[in-house]
Design a protein around this ligand. Structure first.
Ligand SMILES: Nc1nc2c(ncn2[C@@H]2O[C@H](COP(=O)(O)O[C@H]3[C@@H](O)[C@H](n4cnc5c(=O)[nH]c(N)nc54)O[C@@H]3COP(=O)(O)O)[C@@H](O)[C@H]2O)c(=O)[nH]1
Length: 699
């Protein structure tokens, strides 16, 4: 029976005759229909009742004083088409009846045949319910069909996994048409990437929970393997038996690529592709923990490229980047696949070695072997877009075992050892020991003080006399730092710090300025006007692109007469060779205005004729390490002779430094050395003392 008939019906009567309405009510009650009703007689009341009374059915008279049944039907069709209308009327022609049915009336009952009213009401409501139910089913089917044709692939199988249905997305994602898939099993998609254990675990879950969800790799019809996210749900019958399986899946290739990209950005250095500091931290944490279990020691090698800043400053960051990429390749080639090579900043790399040995000595030896292999691999010429750059590095090594020392301390200690390696002359390695840490802290404090040295006027210039067989030829200016607490500090201690911090640039400019002030003073005194002053120039200072302009500026500021100049710049071999063409250009520009060039520490570097020939030099300075033993060591004597011979061939003057004994002077003079500098003639002294000694000499 009509569900609506099981409850009290709401009947809206449009009837102007009260007695007719009474008859209708009575007829319905007689037929056993439970209902409440209201009666309206006007158009306004009818429209209001439609909104407020919410009728299940409308019983409408055809002829009413101010409007008729047809108009009422039109209002219902427009505003509440779901409410059925039965016309209850006194008389009706066939034509009117047809018109009413066309207008939407469900039925009509003549007032003189009211016995037909209750069956008409029941049939109308029943028919309405069926129509309604059909509409609901149609809608659900439409929803199901739309849901089935989503963007996700869907496959429906029977309980034996034979494919019964697939959607369009299945075909789009797998390449199999419905015809090709039907009757087969989803095994057609197997990629072989999952092993039997994977499928066994999947089926165990599916049998137990009737549901499985996870990621797996499948194969398209064209052979391409892709990752998908799959949900399988078992369909059960009334007895709880599986009748079907429904698999819903999506291709997650793009998501996985995005995940991979995010992972790559978060944990890898974009320039070299090496693990970054974050990933190193993770791996170091794991390595420290596993070293407790294995009892084996590991090692951190902290590597920093020597003079990388100079390359970057002089050749630009692109060339610097190329070197970093090449170095990264080198490092990877030097270690085993299980070892970690990370880039943690600028030119700083970490190599983490695990499971070296239970024995500390053996572990240290193994780490040293790797360190030396790395030093060797890096110590060669790299061709960087046509620029040949000779690279070297310094390595600090710190062994680790367990978690006793925190990760940050481990890295800091390796860093400390690396600084020690740099201080020992670069291209070398050092192991960390706690004394180093104290040294480093002192070094850091000194670095801070050095920043104030120039503004607080703590720097002093000492002069060391240079002589030849005729007498005094000039002096070399040598820096000293009058530290308020530590006293006079040697340049050996603070010049490397000044280089590292870049402070050497303003300090070097100040030295040059003061030397020229002195030169100017000498130029007006007949006693000193023939003297020259030698000034040491550091690599960082010389590599400044505007170094030539800086020197010209100083000459202008101090008013030194360029015609009588007497200014000599001392450059080291490594400085000049860093970028030989640039060096030659700068030297030629300055030489054209009368500045002399002397190659310092000669003999300690490459000392090759081929580059020596190209340099616009005036003099070479034999390093004091060869002079020290010339009288006793035949090798040193031979080297000095060779250097002098070489200089002679190239038309260069030679000065020897570190001449302390008459024997050394005599040997040098006998072999053709033009000038000397050393304690035999005078130690570096402040300018007043130097002037006094000049006056003494001329008395
Ligand atoms: N870029 C700059 N570098 C500078 C400057 N001033 C100094 N320096 C460099 O520091 C290094 C050490 O200098 P210093 O301690 O002054 O040592 C010099 C002489 O004092 C020393 N010397 C000279 N004669 C003797 C000797 O007979 N015996 C002996 N044991 N030592 C002696 O040798 C150093 C000479 O230096 P150099 O001729 O430059 O090689 C040193 O490398 C300086 O260059 C500065 O202003 N800028």
């Amino acid at each position: 029976m009509h569900a609506i008939m099981n409850r009290e019906l709401r009947v809206l009567m449009l009837e102007d005759t009260a007695t007719d309405a009474e008859l209708i009510v009575r007829e319905l009650r007689r037929a056993g229909i439970a209902f409440t009703s209201i009666r309206v007689t006007t158009r306004d009341a009818f429209t209001r009742a439609l909104e407020e009374f919410h009728p299940d059915i409308i019983l409408s008279d055809y002829n009413l004083p101010d409007f008729n049944g047809l108009v009422a039907l039109e209002i219902v069709q427009r505003t509440h088409p779901e409410v059925p209308v039965i016309m209850v009327t006194g008389a009706l022609t066939d034509v009117e009846a047809v018109e009413l049915i066309h207008a939407g009336a469900k039925d009509y009952v003549l007032k003189d045949r009211l016995a037909r009213l209750a069956p008409a009401v029941r049939l109308t409501l029943l028919a309405e319910q069926e129509v309604h139910a059909r509409k609901v089913v149609d809608q659900e089917l439409r929803i199901a069909a739309t849901a089935f044709e989503t963007q996700e692939g869907i496959v429906v199988t029977d309980r034996d996994q034979h494919i019964l249905r697939v959607n369009c997305a299945f075909t789009r994602l797998t390449g199999y048409s419905a015809m090709e898939a039907l009757g087969r099993t989803p095994a057609i998609l197997k990629s072989g990437r999952q092993d039997a254990a994977f499928y066994q675990a999947m089926w165990e879950t599916l049998n137990r929970d009737k549901y499985w969800q996870g990621e797996l790799w499948n194969r398209r019809k064209n052979g391409e393997i892709y990752p998908e996210w799959l949900t399988i749900t078992a369909v059960l019958d009334g007895d709880g038996q599986v009748t079907n399986y429904v698999g819903v899946f999506s291709d997650i290739t793009l998501r996985k690529e995005a995940d991979e990209k995010i992972h790559q950005l978060a944990f890898y250095d974009p320039l070299t592709g090496l693990p970054n500091r974050r990933l190193l931290h993770d791996r170091l944490q794991q390595a420290m923990t596993s070293s407790v279990r294995s009892q084996c020691k590991g090692a951190l090698l902290f590597l920093d490229l020597d003079n990388f800043k100079v390359l970057n400053d002089t050749r630009g960051h692109d060339i610097g980047d190329l070197l970093l990429i090449e170095v990264a390749k080198c490092l990877r080639d030097c270690v085993r696949s299980g070892d970690t090579v990370a880039r943690i900043g600028g030119d700083e790399f970490i190599i983490m070695l695990e499971n070296l040995s239970e024995d500390t000595q053996q572990a240290a030896a193994a780490a040293q072997d790797v360190g030396e292999k790395v030093l060797k691999a890096i110590n060669h010429s790299f061709s960087l877009q046509g620029v040949d750059y000779h690279c070297s590095s310094s390595i600090g090594i710190n062994l680790f075992h367990g978690n006793d020392t925190g990760m940050d301390d481990l890295l800091r200690h390796a860093d400390t050892a690396m600084y020690q390696a740099k201080a020992s002359g670069r291209n070398t390695l050092r192991f960390f020991d706690p004394a180093m840490q104290i040294e480093l802290e002192e070094r850091t404090a000194l670095m801070e003080d050095l920043r104030q040295a120039l503004p607080l006027q703590q720097l002093r210039l000492y002069h060391q006399i240079q002589v030849n067989e005729r007498g005094v030829v000039g002096s070399e200016v040598l820096l000293r730092w009058q530290h308020p607490v530590r006293g006079l500090i040697s340049p050996m201690e603070f010049i490397p710090l000044a280089e590292e911090t870049g402070l050497i640039v303003p300090i070097g400019a100040w030295v040059l300025h003061m030397a020229c002030v002195q030169l100017k003073a000498w130029q007006v005194d007949p006693l000193t006007r023939h003297l020259r002053i030698a000034v040491n120039v550091s690599a960082r200072q010389f590599s400044q692109p505007n170094f030539v302009e800086q020197v010209l500026e100083v000459l202008k500021d101090t008013g030194v007469n360029p015609l009588k100049l007497g200014l000599e710049l001392e450059l080291t071999e490594s400085l000049v060779l860093n970028d030989i063409d640039d060096s030659i250009g700068k030297m030629q520009a300055l030489r054209s205005i009368g500045i002399r060039f002397s190659l310092d520490d000669f003999g300690t570097g490459q000392s090759s004729l081929s580059y020596l020939k190209r340099l616009p030099l005036d003099q070479i300075k034999i390093d004091q390490s060869f002079v020290r033993d010339i009288a006793t060591d035949p090798n040193d004597a031979a080297i000095v002779r060779t250097i002098i011979g070489m200089a002679e061939n190239l038309g260069l003057k030679v000065i020897a430094e570190g001449v302390e004994t008459e024997q050394q002077r005599e040997f040098l003079e006998r072999n053709g050395c033009h000038a000397h500098q050393g304690y035999l003639f005078g130690k570096p002294v402040p300018i007043d003392e130097f002037q006094n000694s000049l006056t003494q000499l001329h008395r």
